[in-house]
Design a protein around this ligand. Structure first.
Ligand SMILES: Cc1ncc(COP(=O)(O)O)c(C=O)c1O
Length: 385
């Protein structure tokens, strides 16, 4: 499998969750689009570009059970979340509610946005270990009130790799008239995403994670009830390049001249996983993550973050490191010295995350990973710790 991805054969790559490599077949698809663009850039960018983006969004939408018109192509989830922040009307005293498991840059964005508006950011802890959806929904919604304008919740969390019950959260929020933005970069391909059933207000994702599309590909789903509210972060022509009738997306498609060949290769990434079998991919990578979890918990002698079930984690698992491992006081973005040592001395790429007052090790399992790599990681950790 690893030869289908072109991964360095001497490397143990356990970090698909941060930066997923792209299978060679998908890179080939992107190259083919680049050739077409190079053959006649004028035709490609001014006459075909918009139609190609729309066709790709339509095919992406079919896998997410929505319609292409509800999707805006973005470079990544960060860009999508910024568009949501730009659209959400926030007044002094309003609140935005997050879980304490949200991604660092997402917390920072909402911190800045709420501060600028005189609003408040509220972060809800969840009961650990996660065992029941009802507990999670009650814990989160327990922090909501009449001033809560938006809940931001990860479909699969970054530092703790937990799959949250987003359907139940959306249902409970709807009953209270609160909008929900689901932060979904880890869920695309790893979990079933049915946007019609979810009925959230916004869903943002990067396709370069578990779907393994090229870097710089993502989408923002906007429910029709919000489409008229959307405002661009980048102001460009704001119109159509090919003469179609005006659309709510006019401000979001042409963002200055850019290379969208990665986005056009998204269907090839779905095809790669569908050829393997999407359910088979999910099942096998979860089984390997479950193996990693069991091995790490027993070698590190720490406690799990959830019950042992595919309901609570998929192809990625996060396990607390012993409290003897140093925790940096402030997170500078620099890798932890132990992470650097694993990479440089043992050629194991695996992220160590600070969450709360503890360090966690997060292991991603994609199709090119195998149990012997987990065994090697555990042997090395045992030696180093
Ligand atoms: C939960 C979550 N949200 C948002 C992001 C940001 O994704 P990107 O860097 O692709 O914008 C990440 C990245 O790891 C993430 O894990």
């Amino acid at each position: 499998m690893s030869s289908m991805w072109g991964i360095d054969p001497g490397l143990i790559y356990l970090n698909h969750g941060s930066f997923g490599p792209t299978p060679l077949m998908v890179r080939e698809s992107q190259r083919e689009w680049s050739h077409q663009m190079g053959a006649n850039p004028q035709e490609f960018l001014s006459r075909r570009f918009e139609g190609l983006l729309e066709e790709t969004s339509k095919r992406l939408a079919e896998n997410l059970v929505t319609v292409g018109d509800n999707l805006i192509p973005v470079e990544n989830a960060t860009q999508g979340m910024n568009l949501v922040a730009q659209a959400l009307p926030l007044a002094a005293g309003d609140e935005v509610l997050l879980t304490t498991h949200e991604y660092g840059a997402v917390k920072r964005l909402w911190q800045k946005r709420t501060q600028a508006r005189g609003a408040r950011l509220v972060q809800a802890p969840l009961p650990l270990p996660l065992e029941s959806s009802r507990q999670v929904v009650e814990a989160l919604l327990g922090y909501a009130n009449a001033r809560t304008r938006l809940i931001v919740v990860s479909h699969v969390t970054s530092p703790t790799a937990l799959a949250l019950p987003v359907e139940e959260i959306c249902r409970a929020a709807r009953q209270r008239g609160i909008a929900v933005c689901v932060d979904g970069p880890h869920a695309i391909a790893m979990r079933e995403v049915n946007l019609s059933r979810l009925d959230c207000d916004f869903y943002v994702a990067s396709c370069h994670k578990w779907l393994s599309a090229p870097l710089g590909t993502g989408f923002l789903y906007v429910h029709p009830r919000w489409q008229a509210e959307m405002r661009p972060c980048i102001v460009s022509w704001g119109g159509t390049t090919c003469g179609r009738p005006p659309s709510w997306k006019d401000e979001f498609l042409w963002l200055g001249t850019r290379d969208a060949t990665g986005y056009l290769a998204i269907p090839a990434a779905w095809e790669f996983l569908q050829q393997y079998g999407l359910e088979k991919f999910r099942g096998e990578t979860h089984d390997l993550a479950a193996y990693a979890r069991e091995r790490l918990l027993s070698c590190l002698r720490t406690e799990p973050l959830s019950a042992d079930s595919q309901e609570w984690y998929g192809s990625m698992v996060s396990v607390p490191l012993p409290d003897t491992v140093d925790v940096p006081k402030t997170w500078t973005g620099l890798p932890h010295p132990l992470q650097t040592r694993l990479a440089e001395q043992y050629r194991i790429e695996v992220p160590l995350m600070k969450w709360g007052h503890r360090m966690y090790i997060r292991v991603s399992c994609h199709l090119y990973n195998e149990a012997s790599q987990i065994d090697r990681l555990c042997d090395v950790l045992r030696r180093l710790l």
